[in-house]
Design a protein around this ligand. Structure first.
Ligand code: HEM
Length: 512
């Protein structure tokens, strides 16, 4: 027998056996039809693979909105034996994920997440059960609304550093935003001050996000449908996907272990770093508790949480009148003698409206993170089987014409009522629903608000001009990923006055 056959035969057997098992499973579930119908959706093209060929290749949330026009707000499709429900309306999401939260709080088992080693320790990805509940209890303890106030001094310091960098190198505004995102979470979780450039941890988190967003997410539906692909060895021709997963696994473990080890070392040396991790480790009694904090901490700094700030720059470049109105409010209420701080938040309603509009216009995670059911359910006369993947289309809510007029227009005034006060729509839906709602939402909103408000106070953001003096248009384009960000664009960022540097320096001196 040729060497080639010896090497490939076991894998051929594995693939063939797994394929037959999948075929049998699919046929069995197709033959045992439920008594009630599934929600409407595109007709399955194939009895075996179902809607596999219909799965949107890009910007899935737009396709789901189009399907919604044809089939309604609750859409069902099937890939092999896996059912998916897409929810396009706020009301249905509240009914299912909030009101029936006990059976809608699981995450789908995604083989690629197993491959990347995330299922076991990452709070956002692990299944619903005692371990996840334990993680959430700790997260709640450190990140609920009142507990999050504790981090405001740290957030203020990091925003000040950010403003300083923006003043020095405004063209690197995107880089400064990424540094700010990492800086806030790294100081809260590990008392680590990130370096302004080439910080090891910020680069690690960015690498992880890029691997997930551009390497893995676009191909995830296919991989989920063909989960047997996980048995293909990484060296196999065409198994680049698996190599990406394994690379991502290494990065995820480094993100979990390296900063944790640094805190432990400091504690061993007799220091007590001022951070969540050290505080927790001081009272940590079991390996279970240690694993929980290390998994949570790395999960927290892994996300692309500051994409909203990039969207802010993009929107302000496109809509100069919004900048003018926000600056007018700031100049009238705070003036230009001192830097805005958190005490000013409630006195600046238009700036708050601007924050809400940034989050609505481009919700960072347009399809949130998928949920999964842990029991059969019936809703509006439709059957939703156990282990159905539930996709909440946050983009559809944020751009729902029944809720927002001209949804594609960036218009913070939609959140201000006729008396000039903020309305009740706080766009909390961009942080998800039910038991899985984002635990970092209070910290995230506070960082983005302060960064936005102070940038508006100190800088003018304008369209860049080309060599002939013509303004370069910015079109509002954004990436296709589970966490989106603006496509590359240019803008000019200039200090509003010669005093900007002095105001930042004074604020920095006060804050440290
Ligand atoms: C603008 C910033 C952010 C947005 C828009 C956002 C949005 C979301 C969304 C949509 C989910 C999924 C919720 C669901 O399954 O229904 C989520 C989950 C999560 N977020 Fe955030 N997030 C942000 C910032 C943060 C920050 C700063 C942290 C860390 C402190 C964080 C930690 C988490 C965790 C741990 C989960 C998983 C929760 C679970 O599965 O139980 N997020 N986030």
């Amino acid at each position: 027998m040729a060497l080639f056959d010896l090497v490939y035969l076991p894998y051929a057997w594995t693939v063939a056996t797994a394929f037959l098992a999948l075929l049998g499973w699919t046929l069995r579930s197709r033959l045992s039809q439920p008594k009630l119908p599934y929600p409407p959706g595109p007709p399955a093209r194939s009895m075996i693979s179902g809607n596999l060929a219909d799965l949107p290749a890009k910007y899935a949330w737009h396709t789901y909105i189009e399907w919604g026009k044809k089939y309604g707000d609750i859409i069902h499709y099937r890939t092999f034996n896996k059912h998916t429900i897409v929810l396009n309306s706020y009301k249905d999401i509240v009914e299912l994920l909030d009101k029936r939260s006990s059976i809608y709080a699981d995450r789908p088992r995604l083989p690629m997440m197993d491959l990347m080693g995330l299922t076991d320790f990452n709070t956002g990805i692990m299944g619903y059960g005692p371990k996840w509940k334990f993680h959430r209890r700790i997260l709640q303890q450190y990140f609920r609304a009142d507990a999050s106030l504790r981090y405001r001094a740290k957030q203020t310091r990091k925003v000040n550093d950010y403003l300083n960098s923006l003043l020095d190198t405004p063209d690197k505004f995107k880089h400064h935003i990424q540094t700010l995102a990492g800086a806030v979470i790294m100081t809260i979780m590990y008392d680590h001050d990130v370096a302004p450039t080439n910080d090891f941890f910020v680069d690690l988190a960015e690498r992880h996000t890029v691997l997930l967003s551009t390497g893995i997410f676009p191909r995830s539906s296919l991989f989920q449908a063909f989960s047997i692909l996980r048995f293909v060895p990484a060296w196999f021709p065409g198994a680049g996907f698996k190599r990406l997963c394994l690379e991502s696994r290494k990065v995820a473990f480094d993100m979990r272990d390296i900063p944790m080890a640094a805190v432990q070392k400091q504690m061993k040396d007799g220091k007590t770093p001022d951070c969540v991790t050290a505080n927790f480790l001081e009272t940590c009694k079991s390996k279970e508790e240690f694993d929980a904090i290390s998994g949570m901490a790395s999960g927290a700094y892994g996300g692309r949480t500051m994409a909203s700030l990039e969207t802010f720059f993009q929107a302000i470049t496109m809509y100069p009148e919004v900048q003018r109105r926000a600056q007018k409010e700031i100049d009238e209420v705070v003036g230009s003698k001192r830097l805005i701080n958190y005490d000013d938040w409630s006195s600046l309603p238009y700036v708050e409206a601007l924050l809400r509009e940034v989050m609505r216009w481009r919700p960072v995670a347009p399809l949130s993170l998928a949920h999964s059911t842990t029991a059969d359910d019936v809703y509006k006369g439709y059957y939703i089987p156990k282990e159905t993947m539930i996709l909440t289309n946050l983009w559809a809510i944020a751009h729902d014409l029944r809720r927002y007029s001209e949804p594609e227009r960036f218009n913070p005034s939609r959140f201000i009522d006729e008396n000039g006060r903020l309305n009740n729509d706080d766009v909390a839906y961009v942080f998800g629903f039910g038991r899985r709602i984002c635990p970092g939402r209070h910290v995230a909103s506070a960082t983005i608000w302060l960064a936005m408000a102070t940038v508006l106070q100190l800088f003018n953001i304008q369209k860049k001009k080309d060599s002939s003096g013509k303004e370069i248009e910015v079109d509002g384009g954004y990436t296709d990923a589970f966490a989106i960000e603006p496509l590359p664009f240019e803008c000019t960022i200039l200090p509003r006055s010669t005093e900007s540097r002095q105001i930042i320096s004074e604020a920095m001196a006060k804050a440290y």
